[in-house]
Structure formats: structure tokens, C-alpha cells
Design a protein around this ligand. Structure first.
Ligand code: SF4
Length: 219
């Protein structure tokens, strides 16, 4: 898709999200939080849902957890400006409660559309809600974060080959030194090195898996 078309399609999606009433969360939001970052990046980070400050500003990961995420990205040598950041839910659940399954289902088409437009080569799932959803879309078994964080998986989502890494949500690590240590290690040892290779074009370009590729065993 030409970059002009991509921006037009993306703006349409943002407008749809801003007018969305597909689940009851629209009643509580001050601002929807579609996501932010360059549309041509190969790296996409997916969290759970906006919190208070995100709801007030319309931007993802701008509160305390966001500051930690920005630090992790900088220290891992990726840089926040080089990645696209979004959440499973685009509107804030009251009192930051867990997303309900029906809300995840209602909001999922927007995330699928973001993946289709951005075509990431790597998805980082921040927290179990994001990991559970993305792993299920990629057809990868998901057990729990303790077992599966910091490992690189490969799957196909929306016809795109993508590397997937799950790690803890920065909010969970804010007041838990052990989780914070594991989160920092995931970024420094796994997410950072892989993302840098992808950003530098050292890893094979993502492509759509066609039926012909599949029949030739390249899918
Ligand atoms: S959370 Fe998603 S589905 Fe629910 S109102 Fe907001 S944009 Fe729509």
C-alpha cells in the first residue's frame, strides 16, 4: 500500500474508533486511545487497555507504566519513536479493571485492522491479556506469562509472518522488583536485540503468505 493510501486508511480507522459504541466502555471514556507511532515501523507493541492518563490525553502508555516502557525501549536501544504502540482495548475500563471477554471481542477488529495496515514483523505483547489474544490469533498455545515470557515465537496473523514475544505489563512491574527485573531482562536480552536486527533490515522481510507459497511449502 502506498504511504498516502496507508495514512488515509489509518485515519479512517481512527475515526471509526473515536465514534465506536460496540461495547459499554464508550460511556466512560474521555478520549479513545487508538495508538501511536510510525505506520511504517516493523515493530508493534500491544498492551491491555488505556489507564487514567491515557484516557485524559488520548495517547497510549503516558502514565507511570508508560514512563517505564519508554525507559525500557531506550535502554534496549530501540527508541520509543521507532515503534507503534497500542492496546487490545481502545477505551479505558472503569477503575482500570480487567477487560471483559465481550469487550475484547468487540474491540478486536480494530487491532486486526491495525496489524493489517502496519504489517509488523515483530509483535511485543505487554501483559497476559494481550499475549492470550495475540497467541490465539497466531495459533500458538498460551499457558501463562511465567512460562512463556521472553521467548521468541513465530506465527501468522492476517496472512503475515510475525515474530511474537510476550513479557510482563510495565504496570505490573512498577511495584514488584522481581517482575521488573524479569521485564528488564526480556527487553535487554531478547526484545532489544531482535528489534534492532529487524529495524536494521537484517531479518527477512515480512510478506503475505499466498496460497502458492503455502503449496510450495514456504507458507
Ligand atoms: S473499547 Fe473498543 S469496542 Fe469498546 S467502545 Fe471502545 S473502541 Fe469500541
Amino acid at each position: 500500500m502506498a504511504s498516502g493510501d496507508l495514512e488515509v486508511e489509518y485515519k479512517k480507522l481512527v475515526k471509526e474508533i473515536s465514534e465506536c459504541r460496540q461495547c459499554e466502555l464508550y460511556k466512560y471514556r474521555k478520549n479513545p486511545v487508538p495508538g501511536e507511532g510510525p505506520l511504517n515501523t516493523p515493530i508493534m507493541l500491544i498492551g491491555e487497555a488505556p489507564g487514567k492518563q491515557e484516557d485524559e490525553t488520548g495517547r497510549p502508555f503516558v502514565g507511570a507504566a508508560g514512563k517505564l516502557l519508554t525507559k525500557l525501549l531506550e535502554e534496549a536501544g530501540i527508541g520509543r519513536k521507532n515503534v507503534y504502540i497500542t492496546n487490545v482495548l481502545k477505551c479505558r475500563p472503569p477503575s482500570n479493571r480487567d477487560p471483559k471477554p465481550e469487550e475484547v471481542e468487540a474491540c478486536s477488529p480494530y487491532l486486526r485492522q491495525q496489524i493489517k495496515l502496519i504489517k509488523p514483523k515483530m509483535i511485543v505483547c505487554l501483559g497476559r491479556h494481550s499475549a492470550k489474544l495475540i497467541f490465539s490469533w497466531a495459533g500458538i498455545p498460551w499457558t501463562n506469562m511465567k512460562r512463556q515470557h521472553g521467548q521468541v515465537y513465530e506465527g501468522v496473523i492476517e496472512g503475515l509472518k510475525v515474530k511474537i514475544v510476550a513479557t510482563y505489563h510495565p504496570a505490573a512491574a512498577l511495584y514488584n522488583p522481581q517482575l521488573r527485573k524479569e521485564l528488564e531482562e526480556d527487553f535487554l536480552k531478547v526484545i532489544g536485540p531482535l528489534a534492532k536486527q529487524i529495524l536494521e533490515g537484517k531479518i527477512e522481510t515480512t510478506k503475505r503468505t499466498t496460497l502458492l507459497d503455502f503449496l510450495r511449502g514456504k507458507g
